[in-house]
Design a protein around this ligand. Structure first.
Ligand code: NAP
Length: 479
């Protein structure tokens, strides 16, 4: 099998690497160099991709579980063999520091492994219909059937693992996929498509079409042959998709301005480094990045001092340098936007303890105090290495402030007080509460998703499979 190492990439439709009419340059966010030429699919190519997925749906639906599991297991193994190449692709196209990129690849290997395992566990249940008068003498059970063609639309920030969170469960449950990756990170998806082909996936079961969100995304969302859209990305685009999707099933994994609460009497020595990781990993471009920190007044000064000191130690640089902690933001516009938001907060009385300035396309790790909660940098998703530290006097005050957000993906609380922990678990209005950890904690088989503008539906292979299958009831009248 020819691995697509050429500079000029091709669309992946019906198992064939296909030229497009138009191409665009893929530019490195770090140094502006052209990394590859990327095909821009038009409506015709997207139509072909949907047709291929539609035609392959019966083959996939009939494929036995052990075979689907084997293909996913093969992908996981192939990726393990090629993990260095994979990490380099992510570092290049997404400007993700190589150490973090390697971490993403390790997680992706796991995600496909989980998908292989879950493929063997899809089952229904038997039902005691005789619990109702008139229900006697019947055998009844449920099954889970694949939904058909799934349109998967993915963001730039985890170009390999978030694709795995869609393609993995879709294939595990016998569906077919038309995948549209983010325009800045198409190479990771082409790389995975090659591995799937090598792993024995039938033609048409996975198709990758790159191009503008508007053209490609719109066409996938409006095509009747596509039965479900699984989307990860910004709330604005997600809400637009939902409005257009009609009766299609839709899951939306959207943004957040995640927060952690730090109670009195906690061990700052271990908490501070975790919070630094949560706030600045991949330049803060993580959907569960730590953006707001609420620290008890008794710990506040010490926390600010230690946290700022640690933030200042982070090394800014080339994503391919293993020493780099923080590299370029995904685009110049995002650098401008983040700086403007910081400046705006500063103009309204915020204190910039460190950072706030740029270094090339990177924004230095930035710590802000005295920020009004209505500032964009606090109430919107900043998606940059910017964190705000607030002083609180009680856990209830902190919970109210965390909940005072349009988002609700995950939240964390550090406390030695069991009552505070349980109270926070109950009161925080989010998809996941992390006790004694940052909101940024995620392993790939846990249910993951949000409330409010952070979206709905859950990922984490088993949970995504529930979304990607249709429950069918069978009732057998024994007469
Ligand atoms: P984005 O701008 O919303 O893009 C996401 C995807 O949607 C891209 O493939 C994009 O294509 C496509 N798209 C754009 N316009 C579209 C349209 N009209 N119809 C259909 N698709 C369209 O998001 P991003 O900047 O890549 O990613 C960052 C966002 O993702 C953040 O908000 C982050 O919090 C969120 N996120 C959430 C999770 C989660 O699990 N909750 C995980 C990671 C990221 P183009 O690239 O071609 O525009």
């Amino acid at each position: 099998m020819a691995i697509q190492t050429e500079f000029k990439k091709k669309l992946f439709i019906n198992g064939c690497w296909t030229e497009a009419e138009n191409y665009t340059d893929l530019i490195s966010p770090y140094n502006g160099e052209v990394i590859a030429k990327i095909p821009l699919a038009g409506e015709t190519e997207v139509d072909q991709a949907v047709e291929a997925a539609y035609n392959a749906r019966k083959t996939m639906a009939k494929m036995p579980a052990f075979k689907r599991a084997q293909i996913l297991e093969n992908v996981s193994k192939l990726l393990e063999e090629r993990q260095e190449d994979a990490a380099k692709i992510i570092a290049l196209e997404a400007a993700k520091p190589i150490t973090t990129a390697k971490g993403e690849v390790a997680r992706t290997i796991q995600t496909y492994k989980f998908a292989a395992e879950e493929a063997k566990r899809i089952h229904g249940e038997t039902l005691p219909l005789d619990s109702a008068p008139g229900g006697e003498n019947r055998v009844s059970y449920t099954t889970r059937e694949p939904i058909g063609v799934i349109g998967a639309i993915t963001p730039f920030n985890f170009p390999m693992n978030l694709v795995a969170h869609k393609v993995g469960p879709a294939i595990a449950s016998g569906n077919t996929v038309v995948l549209k990756p983010a325009s800045q990170t198409p190479l990771s998806s082409y790389f995975i498509a090659e591995l799937f082909q090598e792993a024995g996936l039938p033609d048409g079961a996975l198709n990758v079409v790159t191009g503008s969100g508007k053209t490609v995304g719109d066409k996938i969302v409006s095509d009747d042959r596509v039965k479900m859209i699984t989307f990860t990305g910004s709330p604005a685009v997600g809400i637009g998709i939902r409005n257009k999707a009609g009766l299609k099933r839709v899951t939306l994994e959207l943004g957040s301005n995640s927060a952690v609460i730090i109670d009195e009497g906690t061990d700052l020595e271990t908490i501070v480094p975790r919070c630094v990781t949560g706030a600045f990993s991949y330049q803060g471009q993580v959907c569960i990045s730590l953006q707001r920190i609420y620290v008890h007044e008794k710990e506040y000064d010490r926390f600010v001092e230690k946290f700022t000191e640690a933030a200042k130690q982070l090394k800014i640089g080339d994503p391919l340098d293993p020493e780099t902690d923080v590299s370029a933001l995904i685009s110049k516009d995002d650098v401008k936007r983040a700086v403007n938001w910081v400046e705006e907060a500063k103009g309204n009385g915020a204190t910039v303890v460190t950072g706030g300035e740029t270094d090339g396309n990177s924004l230095k790790p930035t710590v802000l105090l005295n920020v009004d909660p209505s500032e964009k940098v606090s109430c919107q998703e900043v998606f940059a290495p910017v964190v705000i530290i607030y002083k609180i006097s009680s856990i209830d005050e902190a919970i109210n402030l965390v909940n005072d957000s349009r988002y609700g993906l995950q939240a964390g609380i550090y406390t030695e007080n069991i009552h505070h922990a349980l109270h926070a678990a109950e009161e925080l209005h989010v998809g996941g509460v992390m006790i004694n950890d940052i909101p940024t904690f995620r392993v790939d088989h846990m249910p993951y998703g949000g409330v409010k503008e952070s979206g709905f539906g859950r990922e984490g292979i088993k949970y995504a499979i529930e979304e990607m299958t249709e429950l069918k009831l069978v009732v057998f009248n024994k007469k």
